[in-house]
Design a protein around this ligand. Sequence first.
Ligand SMILES: NC(=O)C1=CN([C@@H]2O[C@H](COP(=O)(O)OP(=O)(O)OC[C@H]3O[C@@H](n4cnc5c(N)ncnc54)[C@H](OP(=O)(O)O)[C@@H]3O)[C@@H](O)[C@H]2O)[C@@H](O)CC1
Ligand SMILES: Nc1ncnc2c1ncn2[C@@H]1O[C@H](COP(=O)(O)OP(=O)(O)O)[C@@H](O)[C@H]1O
Ligand SMILES: [K+]
Length: 490
Amino acid sequence: MRYAHEVDKVRAAEQALMARLPDGTLMARAAAGLAAVCARLLPRVYGARVVLLVGGGANGGDTLYAGALLARRGARVVALRAGTSVHEGGAAALRAAGGRLLPPDATGEIDTADLVIDGLTGIGGSGGLREPHATLARRASAAPATLVACDVPSGVDASTGAVAGTAVHADVTVTFGTHKPGLIIDPGAAHCGVVELVDIGLGADLPDPDVVAARPDDVRPPEPGPESDKYRRGVVGVIAGSGTFPGAAVLAAGAAVRGGAGMVRFASDAHAVELVRQRWPETVTRVVEPGPDVLAEIGRVQAWVVGPGLGGGERAEALVGAVLASDVPVLVDADGLNAVSRSDALRRALLCRDVPTVLTPHAGELARLLRVDRDAIEARRLEHARRAAVELGATVLLKGSTTLVAELDRPVRVNPTGTAWLATAGTGDVLSGLVGALLAGGMAALEAAAAGAYLHGLAARLASGREGREAPISAEDVLRAIPDAFRTLD
Ligand SMILES: NC(=O)C1=CN([C@@H]2O[C@H](COP(=O)(O)OP(=O)(O)OC[C@H]3O[C@@H](n4cnc5c(N)ncnc54)[C@H](OP(=O)(O)O)[C@@H]3O)[C@@H](O)[C@H]2O)[C@@H](O)CC1
Ligand SMILES: Nc1ncnc2c1ncn2[C@@H]1O[C@H](COP(=O)(O)OP(=O)(O)O)[C@@H](O)[C@H]1O
Ligand SMILES: [K+]
């Protein structure tokens, strides 16, 4: 797993470590790591033009010391000082190495630089960048020079990834000690470029992470063994589709098949059932009307998926209600979530469940569930995913440019796979069927949701093509690539 810690935990760990080390050791380690990355990025350090953007805090200090190291190797280094104060030790080191400090209006230096280091704000930044920081950030982001952010791109909130106004768009972010959530969650993540972690020795002092991102060998979907049969592998029941949206049913049922379910039971109205039967003859289908015995009519399952394409109205509410009353893991998606948003009774049913429930909203659906603005959710995804997990008593998979999975008292999972080409109709239906199959296979809710998001994003990348040469994909392309995604896991 890749770990990320929020700012208060980073500071506590740094203090604990600093208490055992001579003054300035951590800053020296951070600066050395930063300078080493910058040196690698330059074709030649000697004679390179390096500009430092320096704020008044320790982030500026790291940057000044790194600039001094580059100056000692023959780079021509100038620092533009934003604000009134500047880290004194760092400024003295830069001067001693032959570098110069200039006022912030010397912005012409940025346009002719080979490399710019952004040391305006790090983990101490808060709110939108003030002037002259914002102008410097904009100018550096637009300049041809390679832009390296020190610890965090200035203007990005390190703990959350929120961006209030201008923020640096870095090519590379060199971060110290541990990742910060804001570097792996959008909108902040989109400002980071490539993230390089420099070890400054914090390891033993860091507590459990706030946020984690899987690496390929962390994703372990269930595998059949010699003792397996279709029932032991897990039966998933999919209740989806309607006269208006039958396609969602085909995608969700198909993804459950491809996601490794031993068997898929599919139930809906006659039209959706007919389409699913034609497209996925391996499913066991049943036409159902909502009623007290609807689940018994469909048959025994190890997990339910309810919601994709169900449409609005009482039918959807009744079907979601029946599923929430069951005693097996449940995934609620799309119109199923909208039904919960409309009905206090369903909300109560959700809270009463003592078996796992996974909710898979996009920002609009979560906005309706939490009764907040969609924009607020997209700006502060981490906060809202966590809040939803608490208020709705469920494992919440928030979809979008960064997919998060939140569960009470657990580090939030950030999905590292995916591509913007996934933003196309129907891909969410594929995700619901896939996660449903993993739940039916016996994975815990958090693991199933995180593994499903990982495989879904990987399938999309495989379908879309090699980086730099991607092509548009359909939801069906993603579905077809699910087995390839499984194959790429170790
Ligand atoms: N602690 C350690 O052991 C280690 C820490 N390390 C390094 O220290 C960094 C943290 O340093 P830090 O705590 O000094 O905060 P920092 O990120 O420089 O920001 C504060 C400055 O920014 C300013 N500012 C804030 N918001 C602003 C805004 N919106 N717009 C404009 N200005 C704004 C604020 O001004 P003020 O609001 O006080 O007027 C103040 O001047 C960390 O990221 C890492 O690089 C490493 O060396 C390893 C060891
Ligand atoms: N900008 C984006 N970058 C990466 N993935 C995205 C982006 N926007 C959406 N996605 C992904 O695309 C899928 C869309 O799901 P959803 O909105 O439910 O679509 P639908 O309801 O049409 O099936 C989700 O997996 C989501 O995480
Ligand atoms: K910075």
